[in-house]
Design a protein around this ligand. Sequence first.
Ligand SMILES: Nc1ncnc2c1ncn2[C@@H]1O[C@H](COP(=O)(O)OP(=O)(O)OP(=O)(O)O)[C@@H](O)[C@H]1O
Ligand SMILES: [Mg+2]
Length: 369
Amino acid sequence: MNPFSTKTYKGPEYFIDREKETEKLLDAINSERNLTLFSHHRFGKTMLIQHVFSKLDNRKYQPIFVDLFATRNMVHFTQKLTEVLYDRKIILDNGFNKMLGSLGASMTFDPLSGNPEINFHLSNRESIIKSLPEMFKQMIKTKKAVVVAFDEFQELASYDEDITEALIRTIMQEFPQITFLFSGSRKSLMKEIFTNANRPFFQSTQMMELHEIDRDIYAREVFTMLEKNKKRFDEEVIYRILDETYCHTGFTQMMLSRIFSESEEKIDDFIYEQVWYDILEDYKAMAREQEFLLPSLQWKTLLAVAREEFVKAPQSREFSLKYNLSAPSSMARSIKALLDKGLIIECGDKGLRVYNVFIQKNLQKLYYS
Ligand SMILES: Nc1ncnc2c1ncn2[C@@H]1O[C@H](COP(=O)(O)OP(=O)(O)OP(=O)(O)O)[C@@H](O)[C@H]1O
Ligand SMILES: [Mg+2]
């Protein structure tokens, strides 16, 4: 089996580092403190929550993980929550049917697969919203401490209903015995939701940002995994992978996973070059099509950021002159648009960089005119 997971959580032996972060989350849960976890995409938030949940003593805790990805309104929200409660058998049959009744929802079984489907109706929006607290009331009927993680929580900011945040915040206050974890990837948006004094969640949770895994710790754990799997390797090649992908977990793991499965005798420079070339080919079209998807200045800015690797002062005259860009005000708009689209990210003191490492390397190879 390939030890470098790229999809689901497979257990602690495949999970790299995050020891301090795991402690911090466990401590928040033990102290019944609500916490918000945020970072750019693919740094490992979802995996970290899964890891932490797997460590909880299941005689004492009832962890509930709700993925809000692609939900657009409170009806979707409630539907997702209900599905999780049903799948995990958290609310028992009687209570569950009663709850569905009060939500105006019904359950049918797919005639082919036999899988249950819970059907909600948008027209019942009002009663669904009203019944939401009842669902949480049902959840706490267990003797265990309930921990609810809402992943992709930033989706709430674009829900059809304006009252969503206030609604969830009220539930949070009504059920102090439940620990809430909120996790989300639009860093600026998550900060806005939880640190803006005019929004309901203001200062209501502990804020925790996820960063890169430390390079040396990452390398050590990769060496150990390779040794356990009896794979020979050049240490230098592993460091090269970590550096070329900036230890951005999702991209690093993808490269490690591919190189593990495609190498035979040994992981060396030769196989590195081959796998790296193949991955870049996979992203070539995606890199090029940005030219047609973006307005001209944004495309030129993206290319320039890729070329520079990291840009500290994107509105400076120097940067503009070097790449024949535009005036500071237009540059500010262009940068903001690229940040909003998630094509570039802010990396602390280092400055801005292209988010997708493989797209960045492809862009660096294109001609700049
Ligand atoms: N500590 C880790 N050890 C091993 N693999 C990891 C670790 N953290 C993350 N990964 C891998 O990196 C990838 C991205 O992780 P994950 O999906 O958890 O990131 P995320 O921050 O939730 O991303 P998004 O914001 O897109 O939801 C996954 O393929 C996952 O398997
Ligand atoms: Mg995630």
